[in-house]
Design a protein around this ligand. Structure first.
Ligand SMILES: NC(=O)c1ccc[n+]([C@@H]2O[C@H](COP(=O)([O-])OP(=O)(O)OC[C@H]3O[C@@H](n4cnc5c(N)ncnc54)[C@H](OP(=O)(O)O)[C@@H]3O)[C@@H](O)[C@H]2O)c1
Length: 325
């Protein structure tokens, strides 16, 4: 069974270590997924406005609260989308998320990306002249947005605030300008992208990390991490699934992990934690020593965002860098 472990946040609250991801869950899938997950013992649901399925997540929550779980025993995360980074848009979008989810507060609200789009022109505003590109808002800074997110705390609508896809430099800049640390940074992390620098910095600063794409989401059509021979060998030996091994790798590193599935069996088994020995942890870590792979690089998206966020080789040709302040 799952150890059902929770980890401390610097707010004094806790976050359940394993959560359910909801990205790329198709309509009609995610409602079942969330219901099955909560019935299987998950208490942490990772949502976002951009997943365009929060109304279904909300429908599932309505089915299980309070018969299966009390609202206060759930940990619900959502994220501010890029087209609402402007300070006058921030609370409006939070309200939309709350109404979609059917709750009057979030346990955690994250700035989804360190990238702003202009408001009022859809979720991916078309670039006025460049086909296949989104228009960026390079005037609204990370500090502007973070200040507006900080103000949300006074509304009682968010218990904790944080960021996602922020590098250490982005975090340092918003903290230097406001004195307010994000409680959480949600980043892509798996054996092919261990992000040791972000892990070390966040630990030193008391910022909790949540690892997304822990199974190595396969958007780029490359070999899935669940299919790597090293992962398979350990899984077979431990009588576990490869996904359980990858979740356990993240758990071993001390952060929270949010695997996504819409399949009931997988939802149940992904939550059944196994523990890795140091030797097996190191074997999996070794996979990444010669293979660096970041799956989520917005300049490779369609439409593309011409911005250098992480300093990956693919981003070298980007027109813009992140507007910090
Ligand atoms: N902050 C951000 O910018 C950001 C970016 C990406 C993701 N996220 C969050 O993190 C969550 C997880 O990341 P992700 O969705 O990118 O990828 P992931 O959880 O690493 O992988 C999901 C993929 O693995 C499959 N899968 C699930 N369980 C499996 C199992 N036991 N065996 C084999 N395959 C399995 C899923 O298919 P089935 O559904 O068919 O099982 C799906 O194709 C997202 O859903 C989202 O909530 C956040």
């Amino acid at each position: 069974m799952s150890l059902g472990k929770v980890l401390p946040l610097s707010t004094g609250n806790t976050i359940p270590q394993i959560g359910l991801g909801t990205w790329l869950s198709q309509p009609h899938e995610v409602e079942h997924a969330v219901e099955w997950a909560i019935k299987a013992g998950y208490r942490h649901i990772d949502a976002a406005l951009i997943y365009q399925n929060q109304d279904e997540v909300g429908a599932a929550l309505k089915k299980v609260i309070p018969s299966v779980v009390k609202r206060e025993d759930l940990f619900i995360t959502s994220k501010l989308w890029n087209s609402s980074h402007q300070p006058d848009q921030v609370e409006r979008e939070l309200d939309l998320t709350l109404s979609q989810l059917g709750t009057d507060y979030l346990d955690l609200y994250l700035v989804h990306w360190p990238v702003a789009f202009p408001p009022g022109n859809g979720l991916f505003p078309k670039h006025p002249s460049k086909e296949g590109e989104v228009e960026l808002d390079t005037k609204t800074t990370l500090v502007d947005t973070w200040k507006a997110v900080i103000k949300l705390k006074e509304t009682g609508k968010v218990k904790a605030i944080g960021v996602s896809n922020f590098t250490n430099e982005h975090v340092k800049a918003i903290v230097a300008a406001t004195g307010v640390k994000p409680i959480v940074n949600q980043i892509e992390a798996h054996p092919l992208l261990p992000q040791d620098d972000v892990v070390a910095f966040s630990k030193a600063e008391g910022i909790h990390l949540t690892a997304y794409s822990p199974l190595g989401n396969n958007l780029q059509g490359k070999t899935k991490l669940v299919d790597y021979p090293e992962v398979k060998e350990i899984a077979e030996r431990l009588g576990a699934t490869t996904a359980q091994v990858l979740v356990a790798w993240g758990v071993y590193r001390g952060y929270s992990v949010i695997p996504k599935s819409v399949q009931q069996e997988r939802i149940i088994s992904n939550f059944k934690q196994i523990e890795l020995s140091k030797e097996d942890y190191e074997k999996i870590t070794a996979i990444g020593k010669s293979n660096h792979l970041r799956f989520n690089i917005p300049i490779t998206y369609n439409p593309k965002w011409s911005i250098n966020i992480f300093g990956e080789p693919e981003e070298a040709a980007a027109e813009f860098s992140v507007t910090v302040q």
